[in-house]
Design a protein around this ligand. Sequence first.
Ligand SMILES: Cc1cc2nc3c(=O)[nH]c(=O)nc-3n(C[C@H](O)[C@H](O)[C@H](O)COP(=O)(O)OP(=O)(O)OC[C@H]3O[C@@H](n4cnc5c(N)ncnc54)[C@H](O)[C@@H]3O)c2cc1C
Length: 399
Amino acid sequence: MRSAENPDVVVVGAGLAGLSLALALAGEGMEVAVLEAGSEPAPFSEDKELNSWDPRVSALTPTSTAWLDGLGVWPAIEAGRVGPYTRMSVWDGAGTGQITFTARDLDVPLLGHIVENRVTVRALLEAVRGRANIRLHWGAGVESADFTAGEGAVVHTADGLRWHAPLVIGADGARSRTRELAALPTRAWSYNQHAIVTTVQLAQPHQQTCFQAFLDTGPLALLPLSESHLCSIVWSLDDGCWEPLQACSDADFVLAMNRALDTEAPTVQGVAERAVFPLRQCHAIDYVRDGCALVGDAAHSIHPLAGQGINLGLKDARVLSEEVCAAWRDGLPLGQLAALRRYQRRRKTDNLLMMSAMEGFKRGFGSRNPAIRVARNMGLSWVDGAKPLKNWLAREALA
Ligand SMILES: Cc1cc2nc3c(=O)[nH]c(=O)nc-3n(C[C@H](O)[C@H](O)[C@H](O)COP(=O)(O)OP(=O)(O)OC[C@H]3O[C@@H](n4cnc5c(N)ncnc54)[C@H](O)[C@@H]3O)c2cc1C
């Protein structure tokens, strides 16, 4: 096994969380190695054809875009196709409850941006390539690691290289190999749902509105893209319900969507290829140990119903970078547990709160109990009429 350079930090995973964290650490002067199991993404065109859109998009909050802006990445993302949204309309598909938020209610220009994940990754990669102190290795899946080898950790990758660094950061997604190798246990369960994601063509403009219907079988979200008549959708469906919708013809899928959306949202006219993702909740009991920290989905994966997954991951990256940079400036060992624990303390409560809220929504809206249905309808309508509470909730969603 050949020995590679000995960087200050190894980041495992070149997703949104890992790349943004690598940029922040390199900005402070650290030597960073990013190890990615996959291969370099191919260039893509940005034409208007339905199938040219990445089915994986994220609703980036203003807090997330501010962090990306601070890293110098947001202008390159904004130069691509991003869909600002200024209104959110949420309703109970099995009742009459409804709630609507607008940017104007909150005195802000917009509520967030819908961005294709590959557009964000492309901008992050451009910035990474511009940094001489970040080495990005494709096809370098982490296979084994030793966190007991004295200061820091030794990592072995699929390309036959061996890495030694004081700090290894697992940003390798929901099925994190780093988490497993660092023996950081999780609490995890399946939602018994899958999400169908795709792009749809609308008969009417979306007017920069995010639509979300809570249906008996799971939530259906329409997220407005930069083109006025296109939305990305995330349709979460109970096991047993998603399979026929994934297998059916485009015409039948469009019919099913229009039936599900009723009259609250624009009419769907066409659909691109569909992709399916299993949904599970997973939370690491500890995010850190000596020489190792987890960020993003490696630390926590949640239901996509509030579109918060990567927003939480970017906050992890920001807070961990603050703690590691402070240790670096003070000349302390980077893998020292005290600084890593401060990161965990600052992030875990926020992540737990969001995960509990998602669980509550998922269970409340998944219930077929008539009493719960009446309560949730009254609750939604009551919150919609209670302006201070509604605005507070909306501001939380922007953070
Ligand atoms: C259907 C769906 C819709 C969603 N919609 C939203 C939304 O609107 N808004 C939002 O905020 N979130 C959303 N999410 C969640 C969001 O996609 C995730 O939170 C986010 O992608 C996690 O980013 P990450 O960088 O932590 O991990 P990932 O994006 O999973 O990146 C991990 C990287 O690590 C690499 N890797 C894996 N194993 C190894 C290894 N052993 N060695 C080296 N590299 C490895 C992978 O190849 C990958 O590149 C959604 C999720 C789903 C499933």
